[in-house]
Design a protein around this ligand. Structure first.
Ligand SMILES: [Zn+2]
Length: 271
């Protein structure tokens, strides 16, 4: 599943390929987008920039038009040269943005909307986004304060709250809690200021590391082996890489998202 690091890399790739280019053709199978393209055509506009915010991808066009997409579980953006064979079947295509040199193709994106700057600022789930650890203007103190405010939430749920940290997903959630030695089922209220700061710094470190990662595998350990790339995520019953205790996995009752942890390295005692 794409997390903030994946979307950041996608945005960076699209930015390099498209920024400053003029759109020569826009195609979509999504009626709402097609209607806006009909009323205010995309062709002829310039792609000003492409950026990520948390797990959202924003493509800015000249004339105050923004294409907002969210990949959820299944979506992806690809870039192709004109005439190059697509890696996905055409039936999965939702959007094509074509410039003289490049086709950017969105496959299976479940959320795709056009916005103006004003309508985007009002969009539910977007204006409330917390600080994005991969953003250039990331404010760690704000992120710590937002995390601290989730007092009654279990840590594993608070870390997934996109109003706290934009871009952290289910894999990194478990990895960050492990790296900080904290049980994901502890209430945030039981954590010290220092532990909160450690969580935020670790989340940023892992996301940043995976932005530059070239192996194609998301990883938090130092190993370059694909099967040794994570500490706890997806490793239920297998030995902890630090202490050999079997890793545990359990769903949080409120949101049913699973957390993986080592019962020894992440003892639930209150420090
Ligand atoms: Zn352990």
């Amino acid at each position: 599943m794409p997390e903030g690091d994946t979307i950041f890399r996608t945005a960076r790739t699209l930015q390099r390929a498209l920024a400053g280019q003029t759109v020569t053709r826009f195609e979509t199978v999504l009626p709402k987008l097609a209607r806006i393209d009909y009323d205010t055509p995309l062709a002829g506009r310039t792609v000003d920039s492409v950026e990520s915010r948390g797990k959202w991808l924003l493509m800015h066009f000249s004339g105050d038009l923004i294409l907002l997409t969210h990949m959820l579980m299944s979506g992806s953006w690809h870039i192709y040269r004109p005439g190059e064979k697509w890696q996905r079947h055409r039936t999965h295509m939702r959007i094509v943005v074509e410039t003289p040199a490049i086709l950017a193709v969105a496959f299976n994106v479940p959320v795709a909307e056009f916005h103006t700057a004003a309508s985007l600022a009002r969009r539910e789930g977007f204006y409330s986004l917390g600080p994005a650890p991969l953003a250039g203007d990331f404010n760690p103190d704000l992120a710590i304060a937002k995390l601290a405010a989730q007092r009654d939430l279990e840590l594993g749920r608070a870390l997934l709250n996109q109003t706290v940290l934009a871009g952290l997903g289910n894999i990194f959630k478990s990895e960050v809690a492990f790296a900080c030695g904290l049980n994901p089922f502890r209430k945030v209220a039981t954590l010290t200021e220092e532990q909160l700061a450690d969580l935020v710094a670790t989340a940023r470190k892992f996301l940043l590391a995976n932005v530059t990662e070239t192996s194609g595998h998301r990883r938090t350990t130092r190993s370059i082996q694909a099967e040794e790339n994570l500490w706890v995520y997806g490793r239920e019953g297998r030995p902890c890489r630090r202490c050999s205790t079997p890793i545990r996995a359990q769903k949080h009752t409120a949101d049913a998202r699973i957390s993986f942890w080592c019962p020894v390295c992440q003892a639930s005692r209150i420090d």
